[in-house]
Design a protein around this ligand. Sequence first.
Ligand SMILES: [Zn+2]
Length: 195
Amino acid sequence: MLRKRKMATLIILSTTMLLTTSSANAVLVDSAAFFSGNGLPDSIINNCPYYEDQTAIDWGYSWYGSETRFRYDIIENADIDFYKATSKSEARIRVYASDYGDRVGWWGHTEPHAQDGSSRTEYDAWYYVDILYNDGKMDRENFSSANRLYNTLHEWGHALSLAHQTDDAISVMTQGQGTLTEPAFLDKSNLAYMY
Ligand SMILES: [Zn+2]
């Protein structure tokens, strides 16, 4: 069954590529959609403890967070589950909000770490990730609640090891002020491939 579905995906993709030879921006599928270090271990993504800092609650990001976790949780054929950690140190995804200013250039940011707190890159395996919401910048740029949810889905997508998609893709992983309020077909299919 799985093999058949993958075959169908491949055929559709190659057809698309034939039709759009002028475009260099094919969308990223399967392993190409993920950071090469594969982020947090699969076994963690299957049952992932998260921690919501008081700042995320105070700045209004609890609803966006729970909506985001729910949207990833219900993806068919992807074993993604979250539960509230009893402590910050137990959590593998840790969420904060603040006004980080405009000069940082981001509305949201995902920072991977090793267990001792040192920084990791997309090429490494990770122990935990910090997600930062730049509420101040979003406010100043008049983000709608759809824009904020897109931003939350995008950062949690990084925490699930998804890399940026090409600008042509319909995906929560394209960069910019998006309005998708749930993972797109492409995101779901990539996450089902990985998890
Ligand atoms: Zn990003």
